[in-house]
Design a binder for this molecule. Structure first.
Ligand SMILES: Cc1cc2nc3c(=O)[nH]c(=O)nc-3n(C[C@H](O)[C@H](O)[C@H](O)COP(=O)(O)O)c2cc1C
Length: 222
């Protein structure tokens, strides 16, 4: 069982969010997972230019660190996304990575994987930013198992409490992977999204050749 944790704070070792990501990984490790931590701010990931090459060919025009990162995500059974709240959203570094994943969303590439999200904020909206990350994992096809959201500002103990919750979340993530846990609400969502993308890709089949061939290869399109 492989789980990767991605932190999107530029603060390196001093990041509060990192404490939550590593907390989740520690809980998962105790439950038997092989865990890897990734600091995406140390990677070179270029902006999506909306050229559509990934839809057509399954590869990107950029030569940077993203393909290897995506390979690591695809090799994992579980993915933990962590970001601080920057103006009520994820950091630009995480958004840049997510924007490179439009083809992965069309192909529902995280189907069968599990995920969760952690966020810290100075004062507010940690919950909403964590929800956004979980929604994105869901849109990639993954099943999400929960979040830890900590508004660190006014409470010096908040992060320590959050770390405990993060370890618990890590154990839950590992448990969901082991038992192949299914959530009927998320299953219904996945089913609807798969039908939606199959229709969209069929409509664009002359342009989005790779994606059409991908779904055809799964036996889902004729
Ligand atoms: C550019 C920037 C924008 C921020 N925007 C918000 C915000 O909108 N709301 C908030 O509560 N905290 C905001 N913060 C505070 C961070 O979310 C908070 O310090 C967080 O714990 C930092 O996490 P880190 O230590 O992992 O980098 C912002 C911080 C920075 C540097």
């Amino acid at each position: 069982m492989k789980i990767i944790g991605i932190n999107a704070s530029p603060k390196g070792d001093k990041s509060q969010t990192r404490r939550l990501v590593t907390g989740v990984l520690e809980g998962a490790r105790q439950a038997g997972a092989d865990v890897t931590f990734i600091d995406i701010c140390s990677l070179d990931i270029a902006y999506c230019t909306a050229c559509g090459t990934c839809y057509a060919k399954g590869e990107c025009v950029h030569d940077d660190d993203y393909p290897l990162l995506f390979e690591k995500m695809m090799d994992a059974d579980g993915i933990v996304l962590g970001s601080p709240n920057y103006i009520n959203a994820v950091t630009a570094q995480l958004k840049t990575m997510l924007d490179r994943m439009a083809d992965a969303i069309h192909c529902q590439s995280f189907s069968g994987k599990y995920g969760c999200a952690v966020c810290t904020a100075g004062g507010s909206y940690a919950d909403e930013v964590a929800d956004y990350m979980n929604m994105t994992l869901l849109h990639l096809g993954a099943t999400t198992v929960g979040k830890v959201a900590v508004n660190v500002g006014a409470d010096p103990n908040a992060i320590a409490v959050g770390e405990k919750q993060a370890k618990e979340l890590g154990r839950k993530l590992a448990g969901a992977i082991k038992t192949k846990w299914k959530d009927p609400v998320q299953e219904k969502h996945h089913e609807e999204r798969r039908e939606y993308f199959k229709r969209l890709i069929s409509f664009n089949k002359d342009l989005w050749v790779h994606e059409y061939e991908y779904w055809k290869g799964l036996g889902e399109l004729k």
